[in-house]
Design a protein around this ligand. Structure first.
Ligand code: ZN
Length: 134
């Protein structure tokens, strides 16, 4: 038996057709499938500002690139809790070249399991505004 098979083309070094795994950030409610939607997107489409705006999750249709100006690319889910989910995201407004070589940020998505009282929601929003991104 020989289990040393390698997928054809897996050793290609061309960067033109390179894909990036992007996590969908659509909030999920308890009981729903907890596995994240991960989309393989061509790096060229992420770097193209007009195409970037049209990138959506193949499973649910949620826009993939976050923030005003579509600058944050969620590439990894760091954790989740009762108040939301934390992602590592690439900041497209910083650095140059390959998407995965650019500076990273931590993006916190507020999505509490239960609706918050309006006063607490306002406090959370102002906290998140004041908190500088890492
Ligand atoms: Zn999705």
């Amino acid at each position: 038996m020989n289990n040393n098979n390698q997928a054809p083309g897996s050793s290609q070094s061309s960067s033109v057709s390179q894909t990036v795994s992007i996590y969908c950030t659509r909030p999920r409610v308890q009981g729903e499938n907890i596995y994240p939607h991960v989309n393989q997107i061509l790096e060229a489409d992420i770097l193209d500002k007009s195409k970037r705006r049209q990138l959506v999750c193949a499973t649910c249709g949620m826009p993939l690139i976050l923030g005003e100006g579509k600058r944050y690319v969620p590439i990894e889910q760091l954790g989740s809790g009762g108040f939301g989910v934390t992602f590592t995201a690439v900041d497209l407004n910083l650095g140059a070249g390959s998407v995965l070589n650019r500076p990273r940020r931590v993006v916190k998505q507020l999505c509490p399991m239960h609706s918050l009282p309006p006063k607490l929601l306002e406090r959370c929003k102002s906290y998140l505004k004041e908190k500088p991104l890492l």
